[in-house]
Design a protein around this ligand. Sequence first.
Ligand code: RRO
Length: 314
Amino acid sequence: MTTLTTTIGGRTFENCMMNAAGVRCQSDEDLTTIINSNAGAYVTKSATPQQRAGNPSPRMKTLPKGCINSMGLPNNGLDYYLNFVIADQQQRPDATNFLSIAGTSLADNLSMLHQIQDSAYEGFVELNLSCPNVPGHPQTGYDFEQVDTTLNQIFDFYTKPLGVKLPPYFDLVHFDQIAEVLNKYPLTFVTTINSIGNALVIDPQTERVAIKPKGGFGGIGGASVKPTALANVRGLALRLNPSIAIVGVGGILSGEDVFEHILCGASMVQIGTQFGYEGVNLFDRLSKELDDIMALKGYHSIEDFRGKLKTFDD
Ligand code: RRO
């Protein structure tokens, strides 16, 4: 018998797969659908202090190997999601879920975390430091000093389980630098990667960009980002304190992709683009596919192979 159970920060999840923030998780109907599925947890759409309409449409376009988006942080505001997760926690006290927040300033992030600290919520918070699509606001995750300042101020008062959602890094020196900052703090997890930001997709027929916001610049997700995602999961797994779990995101379309993320060191995986295309049936399909791979290899639990990727130096 195989099990897809996983543990992060002392909390157990029956399944190591869940949605990625932003996809099919903006309304309470969306979230209830995930609760009633085979997913091990849900994460809410990244919240700002007040609700936001986001960027003008078209703001998402399907591509042959994924998608490009510049949604611009449309969400129903922190109160909406905090009320939802607290009500859910009262109904299912043994289930841990993820509340995502993405302030567009340090002050907004601090005020939201104060509100969460003072609330009854005991679940995980995923602090999104990597939204690529708000005009005029750079991704905090690319400014290592600002990440340090942000976490320093947060851990002055915040005592509940916290993780950060990171942008993809493309240089091993940057892996070293971000890991050095993150290792200073009692983070429960890091989620990696957000979409590959500020890419440009164009239609040569019409000679026009694919989406409207920011002159067509947007974040890429889906199949084409898997190698970058695996590199970030592996690069951080090799550098972070073992007490910081890794939630892997990026390019997951099959159970084999989940297997690869776990081999690189992920304790849990999130699926964004493909979950958007397939809905909650995705979790049944991927669970079966991962289960079959594990059974074939004689693995009983994900701990049998998590982080055990081989290189030519082994
Ligand atoms: O809403 C978005 O445009 C968005 C966000 Br907050 C994010 O973190 N990642 C992304 O690809 N889109």
